[in-house]
Design a protein around this ligand. Structure first.
Ligand code: CA
Length: 454
């Protein structure tokens, strides 16, 4: 009521700028971690309990043809923040200490000079939080940052007003250590708190929402669920016992652990949605949800081929939901070809902001497509992970991944089972040529760290 009164006063006083300020929608971006293409109740796995995400889909638009830019965490999340291909923004590989994969436990001294501590998203890159803050938004991130731990790379230095979470690529959900290294932060300071990570991110996100409910806010909640826990015990995914019990009791199997973590995350998402309802803010809030890459381990990417880390659809195509009551259709399922590169321009447009000048963006505002008013502008998409390559052009997909790969017609072969390389050599040549041109464009872009700084 107060907002309406203030807006009416502003109109009466002839101050359209204030009116525009009042009308700005809130933006909530929720990203899950390694969730499979089928791992939502509403995406074909009804035994998985995700009532809140199912509700979000019923109240919004769900995409079946949505891609991320890389088949694993760090580069995918870098593209969300920058709106640019990993090969353009410089963050085109993981930031992590591989030694822990062989059981090596870092001392504090070793860790301080390790890749996890020293590498990050190039400070010249402009994040979506910087753009939205300039448009008048309060900005907060609660969860997995995964874009650099050195101070200059941390969220408060990258356009966010508030941060609670961890900056590396994975933790133990309960101790918040990454292979023995304490990893939870509030702002720039390391903190020791008790609790299950998903619950803590939910609690901090809701506090931020409450603090900023009288102004437009950008709330980014990149969960680490349902990623495997990064601990030396290698227990898989972790969840509180009450969630294990929902899937058959204790001790849980690996699959039950995974499902429990998804449901715990879904519960946290429900609490955030409830809070929007409680403040009457749901109508004026764009909520977007997707997974940062395909599922791994016991996750289910059906009917897609491959999994996290791979160039097949199972690594790159992920579940996506957008809800904006009154502004987007309800209960739509769309097969429009869209990607996470569209998120940055979409949020900028929704906020009435401006894309920074002189920066090349790789996506576009997808709201007209989500509204069903326009076809997607996207006809092609390219991926590279070290020597592995992939390209999509319209309905065709080309994969070259070591000795594996092929040419696939996604129109009737979403599972990439039938290699048409020999049957359609002209299409194969065309996709390879498109990929090469894209790669040349990336090579010609201004160099960016941490891997190509010169
Ligand atoms: Ca991930």
């Amino acid at each position: 009521m107060k907002r309406v009164a203030a807006a009416m006063l502003a109109v009466l006083a002839g101050t359209p700028a204030l009116w525009a300020q009042e009308a700005k929608p809130n933006i909530v971006l929720i990203v899950s971690d390694d969730q499979g293409y089928a791992d939502l109740g509403c995406c074909g796995r009804p035994e998985l309990k995700t009532p809140n995400l199912d509700r979000l889909a019923a109240e919004g638009v769900r995409l079946t043809n949505f891609y991320v830019t890389w088949p694993a965490c760090t580069p995918s999340r870098g593209s969300i923040l920058t709106g640019r291909y990993p090969q353009r923004n410089g963050l085109y590989d993981m930031i992590r200490n591989n030694e822990v994969n062989y059981g090596h436990r870092f001392t504090e001294e070793e860790y301080a000079v390790s890749p996890e501590m020293t590498l990050g998203l190039d400070a010249r890159e402009i994040t979506i939080a910087q753009v939205l803050r300039k448009a008048g938004y309060a900005t907060g991130v609660f969860g997995k940052w995964d874009s650099g731990r050195a101070r200059r790379f941390m969220p408060l230095q990258r356009g966010f007003d508030a941060f609670f979470g961890f900056s590396n690529t994975g933790i133990d959900y309960f101790t918040h250590e990454r292979y023995g290294v304490p990893s939870m932060y509030r702002g720039n300071e390391r903190v020791k708190v008790e609790g299950y990570a998903t619950d803590l991110f939910r609690r901090e996100a809701i506090e931020f929402l409450n603090r900023n409910r009288h102004r437009p806010f950008f709330l980014y909640v990149p969960f680490n669920a349902p990623h495997g826990a990064s601990n030396l015990e290698r227990v898989g995914v972790q969840a509180p016992d009450e969630y294990y019990r929902m899937y058959g009791g204790l001790p849980p199997t690996r699959e039950q652990r995974y499902k429990a973590a998804v449901t715990a995350m879904d519960h946290a998402i429900g609490k955030i949605l409830d809070e929007l309802d409680r403040h009457g803010a749901a109508e004026n809030t764009l909520v977007v949800f997707f997974s940062d890459n395909g599922g791994s381990g016991v996750a289910d990417n059906t009917p897609l081929r491959g999994r996290k880390g791979r160039m097949f659809e199972g690594g790159l195509r992920v579940p996506f939901i957008a809800r904006w009551p009154g502004r987007l259709p309800q209960g739509e399922v769309s097969d429009a070809f869209l990607t996470s590169l569209e998120v940055f321009p979409t949020f900028t447009a929704a906020a009435g902001g401006r894309l920074p000048e002189g920066v090349t963006y790789d996506g576009f505002d997808m709201l007209p497509v989500l509204r069903g008013e326009a076809d997607s502008q996207r006809t092609e998409m390219f991926w590279q992970r070290r020597s592995h390559k992939a390209a999509r052009y319209k309905n065709w997909k080309w994969v070259e991944a070591g000795s594996d790969g092929g040419l696939f017609d996604l129109t009737n072969d979403i599972g990439e089972e039938k290699d048409l390389s020999e049957a359609r050599p002209e299409i194969l040549a065309d996709l390879k040529a498109r990929w090469r041109r894209w790669r040349e464009e990336m090579n010609a872009a201004e160099p960016r760290g941490p891997f190509r700084d010169y």
